[in-house]
Ligand binder design. Structure first.
Ligand SMILES: Nc1nc2c(ncn2[C@@H]2O[C@H](COP(=O)(O)OP(=O)(O)O)[C@@H](O)[C@H]2O)c(=O)[nH]1
Ligand SMILES: [Mg+2]
Length: 337
């Protein structure tokens, strides 16, 4: 009799595991299918308003020709405390560069998706101070995630080069020059710029698809030595999953400091489907698919208190990576060029 009960328990457990696994697989396929046409995205128009005149400003599109040299896209969610300092520093840097070099033009696009603190007010204060031509705010209403905020910012910016950077100033903005220099060098190489037979006059950096990934991989050894073993274990595990999902090429996919040429951004951000923490991994996958040249460049990085990453984000990361693998590998997610 006891023997029978034991087996019944094992069977029950087995059935339960089977049900959970089946449920998970169905959920993945359902969600991947739902995102088939990128329709998980927010297609609300991005409307910019000049807080001084209260007039609406025409919303640019990534398909328009560039009007600025560089756009900085800053995702900001509940950043009333961290945004002001980092943004002030960024604006000082940009203004200094513009004073020195008359051909340097810029814009900062802050994307807030439903912050419940004073982020919106803080951001609009910067618009007032620096004018709507230089600082713009996109409000997405409700929270969609960092990836979605960046996607929206990229699709409505005007730069030849587009830089995404975190609102906490974890990477100092002057490292942008490192990325710019490497992009310029790679572009020249790609088009044999040094070759006198190439036509230099028609050369526009915005037309050459290149992605520069800021990287903290050079800090990894030190981090491994100082962090708790379980965090290192998690990190190694994450690297392995990323490798399986997107393949090799970029050691640090998750750094918040990345620069794209307009041509690259147009291809990448019209296709991207992940909207939270793992959109960076999808960027790597898409770069490879499009054969967009990727460069990984070491940048400075400081851990700023107040991170929005929590244990739930880790589950979300795994979920997004599974979604992506299923979406692309089953052919459900088509890439449009
Ligand atoms: N718009 C938007 N930004 C987000 C969201 N989650 C994170 N961010 C932004 O992403 C950047 C990096 O976030 P942070 O919490 O510092 O991540 P960590 O540095 O990886 O620990 C910051 O600018 C955040 O405001 C979100 O849901 N929406
Ligand atoms: Mg941070």
């Amino acid at each position: 009799m006891e023997f029978v009960i034991v087996w019944t328990m094992v069977e029950l457990l087995f059935a339960l595991i089977l049900i959970v696994a089946l449920g998970f697989v169905s959920a993945v396929f359902f969600e991947a299918y739902r995102r088939k046409n990128n329709n998980a995205h927010v297609e609300a128009p991005a409307i910019f308003e000049d807080p001084k005149s209260l007039k609406q400003v025409r919303c640019p599109s990534i398909f328009d020709p560039a009007e600025k040299y560089i756009s900085l896209i800053v995702p900001a969610f509940n950043e009333e405390l961290r945004l002001p300092g980092a943004l002030e520093e960024t604006m000082n840097y940009l203004q200094q560069r513009a004073t020195k070099d008359k051909s340097f033009s810029y814009e900062v696009v802050i994307v807030d998706d439903g912050s419940v603190d004073e982020t919106k007010r803080v951001a609009f204060e910067f618009v007032k101070k620096y004018s709507v031509d230089n600082v713009r705010v996109i409000l997405l209403g409700k929270n969609h995630g960092k990836g979605e905020a960046i996607r929206k910012g990229m699709l409505h910016s005007r730069g030849e080069l587009l830089l995404m950077l975190d609102a906490d100033g974890a990477t100092k903005v002057n490292d942008a020059e490192k990325l710019e220099n490497q992009i310029h060098a790679a572009a020249k190489e790609e088009y044999k710029f040094g070759d006198s037979s190439a036509s230099n006059s028609s050369f526009r950096i915005s037309d050459i698809p290149i992605a520069a990934f800021g990287s903290r991989a050079h800090l990894e050894e030190k981090a491994l030595a100082t962090r708790k073993w379980h965090r290192n274990f998690l990190m190694k595990g994450f690297h392995l999953v990323v490798l399986l999902a997107a393949g090799p090429g970029i050691r640090d996919t998750q750094c918040g400091f990345k620069m794209f040429t307009r041509a690259a951004a147009r291809k990448l951000f019209t296709n991207i489907r992940l909207n939270r923490w793992c959109f960076d991994v999808e960027l790597v996958y898409l770069c490879k698919w499009f054969r967009i040249r990727m460069i990984e460049i070491s940048v400075n990085w400081s851990e700023i208190p107040g991170s929005k990453v929590n244990p739930l984000s880790i589950l979300n990361m795994l979920w997004e990576l599974v979604l992506m693998s299923v979406g692309y590998r089953t052919g459900m997610w088509q890439i449009h060029s």
